[in-house]
Design a binder for this molecule. Sequence first.
Ligand code: DNO
Length: 346
Amino acid sequence: MKLTFRWYGEKDSIPLNYIKQIQGMTGVVTAVYDTPVGEVWDLDKLLRLKQLANDAGLEMEVIESVPVHEDIKLGRPTRDKYIEAYKQNVLNCGKAGVKCICYNFMPVFDWFRTDLNYRHTDGATSLAYAEADFRKLDKRNLRLPGWDESYTAEELGDLLKAYEGMTHETLFENLVYFLNAIMPACDQADVDMAIHPDDPPWDIFGLPRIVGRESDYDRLFAAVPNKHNGITFCTGSLGAGRFNDLPKMAAKYASRIYFAHLRQLKFTSETDFYENGHQTDAGNVDIYAIVKALVENGFDGYLRPDHGRNIWGETGKPGYGLYDRALGAAYLAGVFEAVEKDLGKK
Ligand code: DNO
C-alpha cells in the first residue's frame, strides 16, 4: 500500500511540505487543471507538477483525473478524435512517471451531494445528501460549487438533451469502446486505468450510471480483461448504495484495485447520509473489514484518505481540508499496520 494525498496543484491552499509532514505519506494525487477536457495536456505542465512534488520529497504516481470528454460517453462520431488525445495523455503520464490514472464515466455530472456544509453537533462540517433536497432541485438550473467541471445553463441543457434516451447498455458499450481503444497506450506506457465508481451509485436526473455495483464490475472485466483496466475503490461512493457489500467487493476485486479512496458515511435514514471522520465507529462503512479484505487478498495499490470534515476552524475546500484528511491518513495507516502485522505481512 502506498499512502497518498490529493493535491490541487499550485493553486491548492495546502502547501506540499504540510502534506509531506503527514508521516508515512509517499506522494500526491493531482492533475493538470487548466486544460479543457478533451485536449492533450502539455507534458511540461505534468513534469512541473512532478518536479514540485519531488522537491518536497513526494512522488506523483497517480493522476486524478484525466477527464473523459462527453462525446466519448455519448458515442458521437467525434469520439475518435478525443480518444486519440486521451491516448496521448496516457503516454505523457507514463513519461512523467505516472503509474495510475483515476477517471470516471458518469454522464455530465461527477459526484453529487445536496449539502456541502452540513453542520455536525460538535461544530464540524461535511458534505451530506438528503433525498428531499435532491427532489427540490431544478435540473435546468443546477449550479453546485465543488464540481470539477461546470457548464453554462445552455451547455447543460444541450448535454442533457443529447443524453435523452441513452440506455445503460449503450453507455456501457461506449465505455468498452473507449477502454479497448486506449489499452494499447496503457500497455505501452505501463499505466493502469482505475475507474471511479458513480457517486452516488444510481441514475440521477434521468442519466444512466453504470459503475456502482458488483455486477457492473463483473461485466466490465469480462468485456475488457486487460490488466490495465482496473478500479478506484471508493468506499464513500459505493457505500452510498446500501445494496453493496463493501468488504466482499474489496476481497473479490483486490487484484484490480489500483487505487483506494477510503472514507466514512453515516446514514440518518434509509436514503440520507452525511460524511464523517474516517474511523469505523463514526459511520456505516466498516473500514477495518475493508482494509482486512484488501490486505488478505494482496492489495498493492495506492490509497488516499478521501473526503474529511472541516474541523478546528478550517474553511478548506469542502471535503478536502487538511486536518481531517491528515487524521484520516494516520488512522488508515494504523489500521493497515495492525492488519498487516496480524496477517504476518509486515
Ligand atoms: C470527489 C472525487 C471525484 C473523483 C472523480 C474521478 O471528491 O472523488 O471527483 O475525483 O470522480 O474521476
